[in-house]
Structure formats: structure tokens, C-alpha cells
Write a protein that binds this ligand. Structure first.
Ligand SMILES: [Zn+2]
Length: 586
């Protein structure tokens, strides 16, 4: 380990041509040297690790070289070049203003400037992080910068150009260094890998380049770090694991699931991403970047804007063929919405899931597509399986059933407690427990209103057997004994106080005497509905209640009263009672 040299140092460029990704700057500098029109002071600006100091050193070396090549590069052979390459040249003076920013530091430097170099033509003063100099130090420096001796050249470097005072800016030739392009970085990494005898997958290098955000130095440090894990081999999968990068594979998969409206696959993928320790916010931002890249890849003229490997570019191009603009733009909008809402959201996971569902529903609201057999929705961190087979079909049937369910037209001195508005299941429930349900398409419509998501639906086919009022009353009796068996005797009594009436469209109206009874029924409504629907083999059955406010004396409390009421409805009952010799008051 003792002779290990970090790649950033080992592969520091020694000629202008070897500088990565700053071609316009190096060629300008070379031209200036060629024409002997070199400025006295330079300001190199730009982010860290992109070659400012390297360029400064190469410039210093080149102007002092005894045999500049035809190509305006240092020969790297003469005495001056050799001493530069060994970091032993007296012609270059570097000052790191980050740690030496006092007036005294600058004065010491200024004192040196007066002396002409003993070998070579120029003394070069490189001041790194020049924005860190104190105001006094700046002022002390200003005069020298204004009238430097001919043998002195200054190269100031900064990551924060806006902090440089105008008097300095106006005295320097300014060069703005750009972030190094991903392709340039990855090519350079490939060169380093080759020189080191390391087998590296192209995509792995690309990923490192992406992660280093335009900084060549960072990419090389990252490269070194990864090599130390993986012994002369750099594979894509390994890089992903070590850098904890959300793999673009995921985004390709997610996008194709979005296009197919495969909610099942989407939720599973998102779950996998979370399980791998990624953040939902990170994911949604990555997804928008991916969609943006697809947008760019749609046209061959903008395809070059994609800073990806050739193979990857091709994949983006392929996927973009399936993505219409009418999908991409609303999808990007929805991603953006999710991004904005993310921090305020209490159920972040659900927010992302809903966004995914909304995106996948783009262009699918009307088209009937293959619905997934079941999918998982997370509610309060619990995963629930939802089977949504034939959802579209169900929704159609529901639409066909008239609206009268909601508008119970019950006449007389009564008040209708409308419970159908509270998301009543219109389909059979497989589970014993109480479940709230919504159809998927209804869910999409209601998402903007932040409604609950359905928990459990199990649908095979909706039953719609016809039945008579009498048959309904028979089943009603069974409901009463069923709930009593379950130990809910109060409910049983409440259900038995009045006889329910059968309205159109299988709507059962149950009269009740007060609102607490209504509440009791509401609470157990699902159980009652399930029982009735199974008994009568009809999934369109609904129950609603009405509170009878009228004369209390009308309420049949005793068996005799009840029987009298029944006779009102069906006079044959009295004949039957007499024939059988029954006593209604038994
Ligand atoms: Zn030379």
C-alpha cells in the first residue's frame, strides 16, 4: 500500500491535450502561447476537480519549456519540464488561499514577485481558492496585479467567481471551466482502467461518471475506492451496490409497467426499491429524470443531449418509441406534483404509489386493458392484496344500475338516512371483516380529493338474481337470527322492530325509530349486506334506512301490534292465523 498513488495524482495530465473535457480552454491557451499574446493574469473559474489547477500547471510548464513542440505542448524532456514533472521547479509558486489568506502571506508572495527567474522565462504564481483572501490581502495584492513585472504571470483559481472583487476581475483574463461531460469522464476512466490492467464494464464506468457530477477528480477517487473493493475488476452490479445508486434498470421497468398500466408490477417494483433502502422522494425524482431522458431520446437530433453510454442511449431510444408526448408530458407533471407534495405528505409511500397509479392511468381511463389479477396497496404501512379482476366490467355494470340507490324516494313523514354515499360495496366480500371498497377507476377519479384507497375486493362475477318482497322478508328473518347467533342481540332486535320494504333496483329500506338505531345499522351494514346478498344471490342489493318521526303510537312494540301491521300489508295472514289457530299474543 505504501507505493499506492491515487489515480487523480497518478493520471494528472501533463500536456494540454491530456486535459479532459476542457478543449476550448486549452486550445485558447495554446493559441495565445503560439502568438505570444499571453495575458499576465488569468482567472480560472469553475467547480472543483475539473482541471483548473492542472491547466495552470501545464501552462506554467509550457511557457517555460525550452523546446515547445509544434503542437504547442511542453516537451517533457528539457531540464525545465523535468523539474516541473518532479515538482521541483523554482518557476512555479503555489499558494492555497484557503489556508494562507492573511495580508502577511500575500506580502511574502509579492516580495518574491520582484525577483526574475534564474532558469526559464517566467515565474508563475498560482493562487488557488483566491476568493478566500481577506479584503486586506486582496488590496495588498492589487498593485502587483496591476503592474506585474514582465517575468511574472499570475493564475488565480476559484470555485466562486462571484466572490471576486471587480477590481481583480477586470485585471484578469477569465476562463470559465465547464463541468466535464459524462462521456469524457467515462472515457478517461476507461483509459485509467486500461493502464492499470483493470477489467471494467463500460456501464460501470459510466455510472461512476454520472455519480461524480462533472468532477473528474471525484470520479477518479470514486474509481479508486471501488477498485479497492473489487480487485482488478469493475462490474456494473458491484458499482450499483457500493454506490447505492438507484439502478436505471428499475426506471426502464417502471416505465414499461406505467405504459402497460400494470399497477401490480408498479407497486411490487416500488416496494422492491424501498426494500433496497432507497427513499421514495429519490425515486420519484429519478423517475422524472428518466422520463425527461426518454423525451430527449424521442428525437435523433436531441438524442445527443443524453449523456449516456451508447448501449444505454439505444435503450432510451427504444423505449421512447412507446412513449407518446401525450403520455410523457402529463407524466412529468404528475412526477413534479408528487415531488412538490412529498415533504408535506403524511403517508409518503401512498403518495408515490398514487402518483404511479395516476401516471399509469394516463391514456388508459377509457381503454379497456387487461387488469391485474391482484395488487398490493399500502395503507398505514400494512400491505393489502387487492384483486381487481374484471374491474372495468364491474364498473360498467355499476354504471348501468340506476342512480335511485342514492336518491331514495321515500314518501311520507320520514327522513332518509342516505348511506349509499358512504362507499358501499356493491360487490360480494370474501372476507368476514368489514371492508371499505371503491372501484379502481372510481379511485382514480377521487384521488384528487384524497379519498381512502380500497382495501379488499374479491370479485368473480356480480350476481343479480331476481327476488320477491316475501323472499326478501324471509331472508331478513334469517339475518335477524344470524346476528343474534353472533351475540348481537341488540342489533337483532333493532332489525326486527319494523319490516323492511323492497324498493326498485333491489334497494331495501329499513324504517327505524331514531338515529342511534340508524348508527347501529350503519356499523353492521356490511355484515347484513353480505348475508343478504349471499342468501338472495344478488350483489346489487343495497340497504338504506329511514327514521320514522311520526306518532309513537304507530310503532308496533308488541307481537300483537306487529301482527296487526303485517295484516295491513297482507290481509291473508289473518286467514292463515285463524286456520292454524295461532294466538298472536302467545
Ligand atoms: Zn520542455
Amino acid at each position: 500500500m505504501s507505493d499506492f498513488i491515487v489515480s487523480a495524482r497518478k493520471y494528472r495530465p501533463s500536456t494540454f491535450n491530456a486535459v479532459v473535457g476542457q478543449n476550448s480552454i486549452t486550445s485558447t491557451l495554446k493559441n495565445a502561447i503560439k502568438r505570444n499574446q499571453l495575458a499576465q493574469s488569468f482567472l480560472f473559474c469553475g467547480p472543483r476537480g475539473i482541471g483548473k489547477t492542472s491547466c495552470a500547471r501545464i501552462l506554467a510548464k509550457t511557457v517555460n519549456c525550452e523546446n515547445i513542440t509544434e503542437n504547442i505542448e511542453a516537451c517533457n524532456k528539457c531540464v525545465s519540464c523535468k523539474s516541473f514533472n518532479e515538482n521541483a521547479s523554482f518557476n512555479v509558486h503555489e499558494l492555497d488561499a484557503a489556508s494562507n489568506n492573511s495580508v502577511d502571506d500575500i506580502r511574502r508572495l509579492v516580495d518574491q514577485v520582484r525577483f526574475a527567474p534564474q532558469i526559464g522565462e517566467y515565474n508563475i504564481y498560482i493562487i488557488d481558492e483566491v476568493h478566500m483572501l481577506s479584503t486586506q490581502a486582496f488590496n495588498a495584492f492589487l498593485k502587483t496585479l496591476e503592474e506585474p513585472p514582465k517575468h511574472a504571470k499570475f493564475i488565480l483559481a476559484t470555485t466562486e467567481k462571484h466572490k471576486i472583487i471587480p477590481t481583480i476581475l477586470s485585471r484578469c483574463q477569465i476562463f470559465d471551466f465547464k463541468r466535464v461531460g459524462i462521456n469524457d469522464i467515462s472515457n478517461h476512466l476507461a483509459f485509467v482502467a486500461k493502464s492499470e490492467g483493470i477489467v471494467a464494464e463500460k456501464e460501470a464506468l459510466h455510472l461512476i461518471a454520472q455519480k461524480s457530477d462533472g468532477s473528474l477528480r471525484d470520479s477518479l477517487s470514486l474509481f479508486d475506492r471501488l477498485i479497492s473493493f473489487s480487485e482488478k475488476e469493475l462490474i456494473y452490479q458491484g458499482v450499483i451496490e457500493h454506490l447505492n445508486i438507484l439502478d436505471y434498470e428499475y426506471y426502464f421497468k417502471v416505465t414499461s409497467a406505467l405504459l402497460k398500466n400494470d399497477i401490480n408490477a408498479l407497486l411490487l417494483l416500488f416496494n422492491e426499491i424501498l426494500d433496497n433502502g432507497f427513499d421514495g422522494h429519490h425515486f420519484i425524482i429519478g423517475l422524472s429524470e428518466h422520463l425527461r431522458d426518454i423525451l430527449v431520446a424521442k428525437d435523433e437530433s436531441t438524442l445527443q443531449l443524453l449523456e449516456k453510454g451508447e448501449v444505454l442511449k439505444q435503450r432510451y431510444f427504444e423505449q421512447s418509441k412507446f412513449c407518446e408526448l401525450s403520455f410523457l408530458i402529463p407524466a412529468l407533471n404528475l412526477c413534479n406534483e408528487c415531488d412538490v407534495q412529498y415533504k408535506q405528505s403524511n403517508n409518503k409511500r401512498l403518495l408515490v404509489e398514487l402518483s404511479l397509479m395516476r401516471i399509469s392511468s394516463i391514456g388508459h381511463q377509457t381503454a379497456e386493458k387487461k387488469s391485474p389479477k391482484s395488487f398490493i396497496v399500502t395503507l398505514n404501512d400494512e400491505k393489502k392484496h387487492i384483486s381487481v379482476e374484471k374491474v372495468a366490467e364491474i364498473d360498467k355494470k355499476i354504471e348501468k344500475t340506476p342512480e335511485s340507490h342514492k336518491k331514495s324516494e321515500i314518501e311520507g313523514n320520514s327522513e332518509v338516512a342516505d348511506i349509499s354515499s358512504k362507499s358501499i360495496p356493491r360487490i360480494s366480500l370474501s372476507s368476514k371483516k368489514k371492508s371499505k371498497t371503491l372501484s379502481i377507476t372510481a379511485a382514480f377519479k377521487q384521488m384528487n380529493e384524497k379519498k381512502d384507497v380500497e382495501e379488499e375486493i374479491d370479485v368473480s362475477k356480480l350476481r343479480n338474481a331476481d327476488f320477491s318482497s316475501t323472499k326478501m322478508l324471509e331472508s331478513w328473518k334469517e339475518v335477524i337470527s344470524f346476528v343474534k347467533q353472533k351475540g348481537k342481540s341488540n342489533l337483532g332486535i333493532t332489525l326486527g322492530v319494523f319490516l323492511p320494504e323492497l324498493n326498485d333496483n333491489f334497494l331495501i329500506v329499513l324504517p327505524l325509530s331514531n338515529h342511534s338505531q340508524v348508527e347501529m345499522i350503519l356499523e353492521e351494514k356490511y355484515m347484513i349486506l353480505e348475508f343478504l346478498r349471499n342468501k338472495l344471490e344478488n350483489d346489487y342489493i343495497e340497504i338504506t334506512t329511514k327514521v320514522i318521526k311520526g306518532d309513537k303510537s304507530n310503532i308496533p312494540y308488541t307481537n300483537k301490534d306487529k301482527f296487526a301491521k303485517m295484516i295491513e300489508q297482507n290481509p291473508h295472514l289473518e286467514t292463515l292465523r285463524m286456520k292454524l289457530g295461532l294466538d298472536p299474543d302467545y
